[in-house]
Design a protein around this ligand. Structure first.
Ligand SMILES: [Zn+2]
Length: 68
């Protein structure tokens, strides 16, 4: 089953947000968080998707509620 977790953004992150297609960048002064979703298709792990925290909410939490 797909699930989404909330994590800090690490320096050197090069993830792209699935919702807005913008990079999820580390900024030292900000404590940004990102959503990392493990997506399962037909009960098998398929891929990882990344979202800005706010974008995940705007997308309607497609992989369920964020867990920390
Ligand atoms: Zn985004």
């Amino acid at each position: 089953m797909s699930r989404a977790v909330l994590r800090g953004v690490e320096p050197g992150s090069d993830a792209i947000c699935e919702h807005c297609q913008a990079p999820i960048k580390f900024v030292a002064r900000l404590q940004q968080r990102q959503v990392i979703a493990n997506v399962y298709v037909d009960a098998r792990w398929d891929r990882v998707e990344h979202f800005h925290e706010q974008c995940y909410l705007e997308a309607g939490e497609p992989y369920g509620e964020m867990r920390s």
